[in-house]
Design a binder for this molecule. Structure first.
Ligand code: FVH
Length: 440
């Protein structure tokens, strides 16, 4: 194995390969970060090219895609102009150099056409016949572009989203979402499993990133809420350590409502609720008001307040929180071809217009093609292994976020199936006993 990038995550990845007996070569832009790994048996390469040449599998885990491109000598493509009407001085398909100024024209589809000027083409040339496993965080579009570029250079490509923090790597609780070349995955699944549980999401190189970004979006919602909560209580000098157990208990209770919300979304039936949107929008004003009264910024809360108000304005005041999901789609017509292929009903329905009221009309979607059953953990996709295999009953990533180094595993199922959040039916099972701060 070769691991390029020895930040906190790259070091953990290389360490896990070493722990599992895989000969490992490492390289990092700034020298010295491989010393400890060398002491554990890793070979330190002097250059990225030397590192790539050393192994059939090259794992890259650096800060972002700009860094990946710099290391590999891949150019930066110009994205197609956004449908929002924002102007872009460059033409779609232009290729930018590392400084992001318009460069030579590329292909109309925006693919990466030539090797970048910063890193030598010699580095990219070394990839032929190898598998590039890119575990750097990025967007689905970035992943697809890099996959195409790698394939044009004769390399297999796998993109990964690491749903773990560095101390978790190597444990079963560490989930690595992976997508891209099926052949490359079949050949290297065993090796990659040194990192934890590896979940292959299929041939579309962008799919792992899509899931990764979606999961991180959920995580940051939770963390943002926590920051707000502690700022509010902190404004009255309540120690965060005293209050936090109550937050954990409350969030765990609310988490149990997510499967019901998902079911409502898939069925496009948001009618079952004990906590309607109008009630929530009215109550939400108090969150904003309290922030102002207590001298706490409302910047994290305002977007949610606006969305609730938009839901009510779209005549969904009697609906469940799940009705708001469709309102978040700014350009439903941008569904990828892949999404349309697997879910023609949803794509066609969204494409008909962006009228929020219409889009959220109960029964207006083809529930036959994306009903609750078709999206269930086991049956959802076409032979791909979705997150369903890590379903609510078996795994809880909620407590394993970037803010926690807890390597244990937590089971959503243990919070009880009858527990329902504001997002679904009732809040009756939020266990009063867990409010006992002293016992937490
Ligand atoms: N750490 C985490 O909790 C998360 C967990 C989920 C996955 N993320 C993603 O993993 C990528 C790497 O994150 P990291 O934690 O290793 O990040 P750092 O410790 O900050 O190390 C950054 C490495 O990237 C190298 N690097 C930066 N720019 C360049 C460049 N232009 N050329 C070559 N290498 C570059 C940097 O090198 P150096 O500064 O030591 O020379 C580090 O090796 C990331 O995508 C997370 O989102 C981590």
């Amino acid at each position: 194995m070769t691991v390029i990038g020895l930040g906190a995550m790259g070091k953990a990845l290389a360490g896990a390969f070493l722990d599992n007996g895989h000969p490992t070569t490492v390289w990092n832009r700034t020298a010295g970060k491989g010393r400890e790994l060398a002491g554990r048996g890793a070979t330190e390469a002097a250059t990225a090219a030397e590192a790539i040449a050393a192994s059939p599998v090259v794992v890259v885990c650096v800060l972002d895609y700009d860094a990946v491109r710099e290391v590999l000598g891949a150019p930066v493509p110009v994205p197609a102009p956004a449908a929002s009407g924002l102007t872009n001085p460059a033409e779609p398909g232009d290729v930018l150099d590392g400084s992001r100024t318009p460069g030579t024209p590329g292909t109309p589809d925006g693919s990466l056409t030539s090797d970048g000027p910063g890193a030598p083409g010699a580095v990219a040339g070394l990839l032929a016949g190898r598998t590039l496993v890119n575990l750097t965080n990025g967007t689905p579009r970035q992943a697809r572009e890099l996959a195409r570029w790698a394939s044009e250079r004769g390399a297999g490509y796998l993109d990964g989203g690491i749903m773990a923090v560095p101390p978790m790597i190597g444990s079963p609780g560490s989930l690595v979402l992976c997508s891209g070349s099926p052949g490359a995955f079949a050949a290297h699944e065993g090796t990659l499993s040194a990192l934890g549980t590896v979940d292959y999401l299929g041939e579309d190189a962008g799919r792992a990133s899509l899931y990764d970004i979606a999961l991180l979006s959920a995580m940051y919602g939770m963390f943002g809420g926590f920051l707000q909560a502690v700022a509010i209580t902190g404004s009255e000098r309540i120690p965060a350590t005293e209050f936090t157990p109550l937050v954990v208990s409350w969030l765990n209770a609310m988490l149990t409502s997510l499967p019901a919300m998902a079911k409502a979304y898939d069925a496009n039936d948001h009618s079952a609720t004990a906590s309607n949107l109008e009630m929530q929008a009215t109550g939400f004003v108090n969150l904003l008001e309290t922030g102002r009264e207590q001298g706490v910024s409302t910047e994290l809360l305002e977007p949610m307040g606006a969305l609730l108000a938009r839901g009510v304005a779209a005549n969904r005041g009697d609906a469940d929180l799940s009705a708001l999901i469709d309102l978040l789609r700014t350009d439903p017509a941008q569904d990828t071809d892949l999404a349309r292929d697997t879910d023609p009903g949803r794509g066609a329905d969204f494409a008909e217009g962006s009228d929020p009221a219409r889009a959220t009309d109960a029964g207006s979607r083809d529930t036959g093609s994306h009903g609750a059953e078709s999206h269930s953990a086991e049956s959802r996709d076409t032979g791909l292994h979705g997150l369903g295999s890590h379903g609510a009953g078996s795994r809880d990533t909620g407590l394993h976020g970037l803010g926690s180094h807890d390597t244990g595993s937590h089971d959503l199922g243990s919070h009880g199936a009858e527990s329902h959040g504001l997002g679904s039916h009732d809040a009756r099972s939020h266990d009063a006993r867990s409010h006992d701060l002293g016992s937490e």
